[in-house]
Design a protein around this ligand. Structure first.
Ligand SMILES: [Zn+2]
Length: 102
């Protein structure tokens, strides 16, 4: 549905423009691909260290069920004036109830 005159008038400049756009497109694709692979490599490099940190993360003991919980994931509560760590609210509540009844 394009007017024929418009196509005919642009005939001499269009191939050069298309070539330029194609080169730009390829460069853009290469750049994106490069960034993608760089990110992929960085992700591979960072993943093992992240896992190591998680494994080496300080563990705190939940005295109610005798489980070790990573400190950053443990629930904290003051039991009889002392800060204690728990794996779940159930354990925390049990510890708090224990001090209340004892
Ligand atoms: Zn527990």
């Amino acid at each position: 549905m394009l007017p024929v005159s418009a196509l005919a008038g642009a005939d001499s400049t269009m191939p050069a423009l298309f070539l330029l756009l194609r080169i730009l497109g390829v460069l853009l694709l290469l750049r994106l691909a490069g960034r993608f692979f760089a990110g992929l490599l960085q992700g591979l490099r960072e993943a093992p260290s992240g896992r190591r940190v998680a494994l080496q993360g300080e563990l705190v003991r939940d005295r109610i069920c005798n489980t070790f919980v990573p400190r950053d994931r443990a629930l904290r509560a003051l039991v009889a004036g002392r800060e204690e760590h728990f794996c779940s609210t159930a354990c925390r509540d049990q510890a708090l109830a224990g001090t209340r009844t004892a």
